[in-house]
Design a protein around this ligand. Structure first.
Ligand code: RNT
Ligand code: ZN
Length: 414
C-alpha cells in the first residue's frame, strides 16, 4: 500500500490519473480460450489428431481429460486472474449426454453445461466453430472445398455455430463472438487461387444469411500453417475485404498470422478508422505461428497502447489464443492472461494526450525522452495494488497455489 501511494504520486506528477486507470482496467473483459487446458483436444473422442496446420507441442502431465476436469482447471486459473473474464469455447468442446451429434448437427443444448458453468462463475461466453481435426476436412479444405457435399457439411457447421453463439448471448446477456477460422490451403503452388476463394465467399454468404441477435461474427485470416505453406484461402486481404463489404462481420486479428515484420499494433488504427469493433487473438509467435504463452513483450505493450490511447477498450474485443503443452497448463493461462492485463495497465499509465501533442508539434526529442522514461517507472507497484483490490495475489504467490493444485489434482491424472 505504501509503495502504491508513492508510485501513484509519481504517475500523477506525469499527468496520469491512476484511479481512473484502475477502474477502467477492471472493466475490460478478456476472453480466455478453453483450449489451453487440453491442447485443443476437445471431447469428441473420435481419435482424430489435431489438424489444420496448428500444433500444441509438449507432454506436460495433467492435461484435462473431460469437461469436469477442464472446468475445474479453468476455475483454478481464473481464481488468480483479476478483472472481467469470458470463456472462449470451440465446437469440439460440446457436452454430450449419451447421443453424440456431428459438427453439422450441433445445437445449443450441447453447450448448456457451459452456459450453466458461465452463470455459476459469472463470466461471458464466446464461440468458435471447429473446422479442423475432423474426417470431413477433405484435401485440407472445408468451406472452400470443390466437393459440394463437403462444402455444405461445413456450411451447416457454420450455421449451427452461429445459433450456439446466439444462445450464449441470449442466456448470458451482452454479445457472443462467433469466430470463423478455417485451415483451408495448399502445401504446394496452387493451379487455381481464385476458385477456392470464391467458394469460401459463397460459403460465408450462406452462413451469414440468417439474422441473429447478439452474435459478433468474426473471420480470422492467416498467412500460412504447417503443411499449408504455399497458399491460404482465407488470407488477410480476402477477409478484410469480406468484412468491409458485409456490415456486421468483423476482421479478427491474430498477431501470429502475419509476416514477421508486420505488426498488429500498427494494423489496429487502420481498422479503427472503418470498423466499430475489432476482435483480437492475442498470442506470441516464435519464428512461426507457434502460439507460445503471451509474454509481456514490446509488441504486446504496443497493442495495448493502441487500444487504450484511442479509447477503444469497448471496441476491441480481446481474446487469447495460445496453447503450450510443455508447461503447467493452468500457469500458462494465468501468465498469458495477466500479461495482457499488465500490458493494458502499462498503457493506461502514460500521458497519452501530452505525447500526442508532442508528435503533432514535431517535438520528437521530448517524445522519445518520455517514451523511454516511462519504461523504468515502477508500474509493478500499481499492478500489485490492483490485484489486491481484485482479491487475487499480486506477486508470485499464485504460483504456489498452482503448484499445490498440480500436486493434489493434476499429477493424479494418468
Ligand atoms: C489457428 C488460429 C485459430 C486457432 C484456434 C484453436 O492458426 O489461430 O484461431 O488457433 O481456433
Ligand atoms: Zn487465432
Amino acid at each position: 500500500m505504501e509503495r502504491y501511494v508513492e508510485t501513484k504520486k509519481r504517475y500523477e506528477a506525469m499527468g496520469v490519473d491512476v484511479e481512473t486507470a484502475l477502474e477502467k482496467l477492471s472493466q475490460i473483459p478478456i476472453s480466455i480460450h478453453c483450449w489451453q487446458g487440453d491442447d485443443i483436444t476437445g471431447f469428441e473422442s473420435t481419435g482424430e489428431a489435431l489438424s489444420g496446420g496448428i500444433q500444441a507441442t509438449g507432454n506436460y502431465p495433467g492435461k484435462a481429460r473431460n469437461p469436469e476436469e477442464l472446468m475445474a482447471d479453468f476455475k483454478q486459473a481464473i481464481s488468480f486472474i483479476p478483472g472481467k473474464k469470458r470463456l472462449s469455447l470451440h465446437a469440439c468442446y460440446a457436452l454430450f449426454n449419451g447421443e453424440r451429434a456431428d459438427r453439422d448437427a450441433l445445437r445449443p443444448e450441447h453447450f448448456q453445461g457451459w452456459v450453466d458453468f458461465a452463470k455459476a462463475t459469472g463470466i461471458g461466453l464466446d464461440f468458435n466453430p471447429t473446422f479442423f481435426s475432423h474426417p470431413k476436412v477433405r484435401d485440407g479444405l472445408t468451406l472452400s472445398s470443390p466437393d459440394e457435399t463437403i462444402r455444405q457439411f461445413w456450411v451447416r457447421h457454420g450455421i449451427a455455430s452461429r445459433r450456439i453463439a446466439a444462445s450464449f448471448a441470449q442466456a448470458l446477456g451482452g454479445h457472443a463472438v462467433n469466430n470463423i477460422w478455417i485451415p483451408d490451403g495448399f502445401k504446394d503452388t496452387p493451379a487455381d487461387r481464385l476458385g477456392p476463394r470464391l467458394r469460401l465467399k459463397q460459403s460465408l454468404d450462406e452462413i451469414y444469411a440468417e439474422q441473429l441477435d447478439g452474435v459478433v461474427d468474426c473471420v480470422e485470416s492467416k498467412v500460412f500453417g504447417i503443411g499449408v505453406e504455399s497458399y491460404t484461402v482465407g488470407s488477410s486481404e480476402f477477409y478484410l475485404a469480406y468484412a468491409a463489404r458485409n456490415p456486421g462481420v468483423y476482421n479478427l486479428l491474430d498477431n501470429g498470422h502475419y509476416h514477421p515484420t508486420e505488426m498488429v499494433s500498427d494494423k489496429l488504427s487502420s481498422l479503427l478508422a472503418y470498423f466499430d469493433k475489432i476482435p483480437l487473438h492475442v498470442t506470441r509467435s516464435v519464428r512461426w505461428d507457434s502460439d507460445h504463452v503471451v509474454a509481456l513483450d514490446d509488441e504486446l505493450k504496443e497493442i495495448a497502447k493502441e487500444i487504450v490511447r484511442h479509447d477503444a477498450t469497448d471496441r476491441v474485443l480481446i481474446g487469447l489464443d495460445f496453447f503450450d503443452a510443455s508447461i503447467n497448463r493452468i500457469a500458462a493461462w494465468v501468465i498469458g492472461t495477466r500479461n495482457v492485463q499488465k500490458a493494458l495497465l502499462y498503457a493506461f499509465l502514460q500521458p497519452h494526450a501530452e505525447m500526442r501533442g508532442l508528435q503533432d508539434r514535431g517535438d520528437f526529442t521530448r517524445l522519445l525522452v518520455l517514451q523511454e522514461e516511462i519504461k523504468s517507472m515502477p508500474f509493478g507497484d500499481i499492478w500489485d495494488y490492483y490485484c489486491e483490490t481484485q482479491g487475487v495475489p499480486g506477486g508470485l504467490e499464485w504460483y504456489d497455489g498452482v503448484m499445490a493444485y498440480e500436486k493434489d489434482v493434476l499429477l493424479k491424472r494418468s
